[in-house]
Write a protein that binds this ligand. Sequence first.
Ligand SMILES: Cc1cc2nc3c(=O)[nH]c(=O)nc-3n(C[C@H](O)[C@H](O)[C@H](O)COP(=O)(O)OP(=O)(O)OC[C@H]3O[C@@H](n4cnc5c(N)ncnc54)[C@H](O)[C@@H]3O)c2cc1C
Length: 440
Amino acid sequence: MRRYAIIGSGPAGIAAAQAIRSQDERAELLLISDDPHGYYSRPGLAYYLTGELPESMLFPFTEQELRLLGVRFLRARARSIDAPAHQIELEGGSRQAYDRLLIASGAQAAPIDYPGGELQGVVKLDCLEDARRILKLARKAKAAVVLGGGITALEIVEGLVSRGVKTHYLLRGDRYWSNVLDETESKIVGHRLVEEGVRLHYHTQVEQILGKGGRVVGVRIQDGRQIACDLVAVAIGIRPRVELAQRSEITIERGILVNEYMETSAPDVYAAGDVAQVYDPFTGKSVLDSLWGPARAQGHTAGMNMSGQHIPYLKPVAFNVTRLANLTTTIIGRVGGGRDPDLLGIARGDSEIWRQLPDAIAAQSDFNVNHLRLLVGEQTLLGAVVMGDQTLSQAIQHMVARQADIRPVRQQLLQPKAPLAEIIAQFWTQWKKNDNAQQP
Ligand SMILES: Cc1cc2nc3c(=O)[nH]c(=O)nc-3n(C[C@H](O)[C@H](O)[C@H](O)COP(=O)(O)OP(=O)(O)OC[C@H]3O[C@@H](n4cnc5c(N)ncnc54)[C@H](O)[C@@H]3O)c2cc1C
């Protein structure tokens, strides 16, 4: 009987456990996690903050469903791996043996290194405990300051506004999420935030978080002015949790490097999810994602391979459907580039692939709530941002993934003021017919 160990109870770890169990009914499955709440939806935390989802809805499985998986849960933090001996060392010194191991330790918020970052009332949003803390503080808070870029910063802003907290959102740069969104898209988000009552401050950098009696009372910005607040939330990006691999001489770049079978440099040790840096056949580079869907898919592939299959993970086109300032937005493929002064590395719900600005021409239509931007390559669509009306987002995702030959409509798409949505909708109908006809 094989003994499988999985470190991490997020979607990658759970998908791996399901895959292993599907292949090996008798396997011994050990799941080690330092999160007391086990498996729950981290993307759902945004809706928990706004009050749209109760806490109970964050859990995809009932206790009984988890029990049926036949997993032994161990609440502990893994410290290092002794790969030659096939053992995991836990904090506290005890050891667990394994035959095959998956590291699915995810990512965590980049450390808060502002002076005053240790004060009570300074928060981040990684896990359920963080969300509970924010809600508890929001009950009494009169004003809050949010720092950082990407989806998580906005989710905290929206959560605080919906709880009636006067919210200042401070950006170092001149627009929101500048290495993924273009100027129009950032402006759309900015306008909507202001309409919601958010105090938006561009070109604003915090020098110090101010405290009194150990608690936050405000922030001092670069020109010496102070903004009074009793809560400071920071979301400046994430870091894969690689400490464990670092102590174990497993090869790391920005995350744990894996091949297409999700194998690390150590024998019988696999990695998947936010912690893994995964080969992308579209760009030929190994990249990080912080996306729920790919974490599950990678965990599944890792689990299948751990239990004896030989299945490569073919990285799909990175996409995310999210909400930016209450506007449904889908980001597909390669769309941005450069650096965003409000983020170190990638953010939650984000992919490094989005930052690889392709050799393409951007075509845009509609400059208010319903906005469509297409990255038009020589023969194919390379990426897109779909804001508001989502009718076309699945079609575009499909065409980017399948590298649909768009030459018949390329010139039309590149005309000034071209009705992109109409052109794409008509092309999609035709293309789908031909594509279906060609499928076996
Ligand atoms: C606020 C928020 C919003 C998000 N929004 C989106 C979104 O809109 N769309 C989207 O696709 N994705 C979103 N994500 C990202 C998504 O949740 C992650 O990509 C996904 O959870 C990654 O899964 P994972 O299994 O790799 O890691 P995680 O879900 O992070 O799980 C890792 C687990 O490992 C445990 N662990 C770590 N180190 C150790 C150790 N040494 N010992 C024991 N246990 C350990 C952790 O406690 C945790 O339980 C969001 C995440 C957050 C936090």
